[in-house]
Design a binder for this molecule. Structure first.
Ligand SMILES: CC(C)(COP(=O)(O)OP(=O)(O)OC[C@H]1O[C@@H](n2cnc3c(N)ncnc32)[C@H](O)[C@@H]1OP(=O)(O)O)[C@@H](O)C(=O)NCCC(=O)NCCS
Length: 160
């Protein structure tokens, strides 16, 4: 059974466990590196969860951490979907859909009109998940990747 948990700052050990698992499992999917966070202490993890106006969700499958997603305030009335990850043992079960739905509910409740994200353009599983959940490419140029040529793909999903 999949259960979602919206985290508070005191949940930082759970957030650390899941975030480090994500960075270890899928370094190809994130700009952050495992090494950037491995040495972080309690204060750093708490600070991430204490970002004003943000939402952090962890999915638990049969009580075991299975995925995560964050919603962050963006520019004007557009919120950002970040740090989406589903553990290999939980993929294909709709956990990504549940996490996105939870962030969408939070974004709408915080007054946003759209949810925006950036994804590496060769991340087919993530692209399929986002398209299935109604995200479309905006056409705007995303951040340049380390190869100096490829850019992140920016996608958006209206909330109205
Ligand atoms: C992206 C991710 C969250 C999707 O997990 P999920 O929600 O369980 O989604 P699913 O396993 O159902 O896969 C989503 C879609 O991708 C497809 N897919 C899965 N693995 C794939 C692969 N290696 N190549 C191409 N397509 C793939 C599935 O068939 C599914 O397609 P569908 O919508 O047509 O059915 C998960 O793969 C993951 O955590 N990956 C590593 C981290 C990551 O990429 N995060 C996103 C950062 S932007």
């Amino acid at each position: 059974m999949v259960r979602l948990r919206v985290l508070t700052t005191s949940d930082w050990p759970l957030w650390r466990e899941v975030r480090l698992a994500a960075l270890e499992d899928a370094p190809y999917a994130f700009k952050s590196r495992l090494g950037d966070w491995h040495s972080g202490g309690e204060e750093r993890w708490r600070a991430r969860l204490a970002l004003p106006g943000a939402c952090h969700v962890v999915a638990l499958l049969d009580g075991r951490a299975a995925g995560m997603a964050s919603g962050l305030p963006g520019e004007r009335d557009v919120c950002e979907l970040r740090s989406v990850w589903v553990g290999p043992h939980a993929r294909g079960l709709g956990v990504g859909d549940r996490l996105i739905a939870a962030v969408r509910v939070w974004a709408r409740a915080s007054g946003a009109t759209a949810l925006r994200l950036a994804v590496f353009p060769d991340n087919e599983a993530a692209l399929a998940l986002y398209r299935r959940n109604g995200f479309v490419a905006t056409g705007e140029p995303g951040d340049l990747l380390p190869d100096g040529v490829t850019r992140e793909l920016v996608m958006v999903n209206g909330l109205r």
